[in-house]
Design a protein around this ligand. Structure first.
Ligand code: NDP
Length: 319
């Protein structure tokens, strides 16, 4: 993309991929993940220098390694999630520090669909909040990519997940994946429904990736001392607000996390990926790849994602 805007700013062009620089590896992609954050970069909500590529996640085979790279070798099956953007490509150079070697049980398409969304569900459930079996949380967009993984993982942890979704079909899907209750927030007031489901108490944690449209309603779902995890802006960024909004609702806590910080240290990246590979290899969490596109059709993937027509994960396939 050489400008920000709608899906039409994405161009399928040839670029020269040189030899990997120091600390880089050349990865030939077998599959590429599509994530809502790609939309934020495309529209310019999250700025980046232009012209630039899009995409933060892929899986494939190492074709070459640059100077100083020791933990991956030519021929390794690898996957990654992280910046810089540029994963919507057949082949690219990636900082080797992002690469994780894939266990043989994890297929390339599964890896490309889950590295970003699955590691996000992992840190949000295991590290951002300190959840115990029996806790009840609210998770918005429960039938989305991160959402369907969270529904299953929360169930494994014994956590009751109340999900919100935009259609009855999505509600059925979230229940099938382990959500304890689902609210169609296009038809019902989710705050009132959460209060009803929790006997008036509210939940201990809200996971809100919708942003602008749900922020205050989400705060109103929390029990006193509850934690608001604002981790995305699918409907637009959260407007500025006064800290007293947290006090008046019961001394609430607020965090605005991103996966980049939770996986910045190599040991954290490896532990997070290992935890994800574990639940996927055991079958406790299944990765629902519900949309597949050829790489040149990446714009269609964005159109579908933004129009709320997708469920689970979406991938691009280079050939
Ligand atoms: P999803 O598959 O969840 O797609 C987004 C979903 O948001 C839609 O399907 C839709 O579900 C819901 N939605 C509600 N309002 C809107 C709107 N106005 N426009 C578009 N969608 C809307 O995407 P991902 O799984 O890729 O990501 C989920 C969220 O998590 C995103 O906000 C993303 O930015 C965030 N994220 C944050 C990370 C972090 O570390 N902070 C890392 C990874 C993702 P429905 O119709 O059911 O409402």
């Amino acid at each position: 993309m050489s400008r920000t805007g709608g899906p039409e700013v994405m161009e399928y062009v040839d670029v020269e991929v040189g030899a990997p620089g120091p600390g880089e590896a050349t990865v030939k992609h077998e599959a590429i993940g599509v994530n809502f954050i790609d939309v934020y970069f495309r529209t310019g909500l999250y700025p980046q220098p232009l012209p630039n590529g899009l995409g933060m996640e892929g899986a494939g085979t190492v074709e070459a390694v640059g100077e100083g790279v020791t933990h991956v070798q030519v021929g390794d099956r690898v996957a990654y999630a992280g910046r810089p953007n540029g994963a919507y490509a057949q082949v690219r150079n990636v900082p080797a520090s992002l690469l994780v070697v894939l266990p043989t049980q994890i297929a390339f398409d599964t890896a490309a669909a889950m590295m970003l969304q699955g590691m996000t569900a992992q840190y949000l459930l295991h590290r951002t909040a300190h959840l115990k079996p029996g806790d009840t949380v609210l998770w918005h967009a429960a039938a989305g990519g991160v959402g369907l993984i969270a529904c299953q993982w929360a169930k494994v942890m014994g956590v009751n997940l109340i999900g919100t979704v935009g259609s009855d079909e999505k509600a059925a899907l979230a229940i099938e994946h382990g959500a304890a209750h689902v609210i169609n927030y296009r038809r019902e007031n989710f705050t009132e429904k959460v209060k009803e489901l929790t006997g008036g108490e509210g939940v201990s944690v809200v996971y809100d990736s919708i942003g602008q449209d749900t922020f205050y309603g989400s705060l109103d779902c929390l029990a006193p001392l509850g934690l608001m995890v604002s981790f995305g802006n699918a409907s637009g960024p959260v407007p500025a607000f006064a800290p007293s909004e947290l006090q008046s609702r019961g001394s609430l806590f607020l965090t605005r996390p991103t996966m980049m910080h939770y996986t910045a240290k190599r040991e954290d990246l490896e532990a997070t990926a290992r935890s994800l590979f574990g639940v996927v290899a055991s079958g406790e969490v299944k990765i629902a790849i519900n949309q597949r596109y050829h790489l040149p059709d990446a714009a269609q993937a964005h159109i579908d994602l933004e129009s709320r027509n997708t469920t689970g994960s979406s991938i691009l396939v280079p050939r």
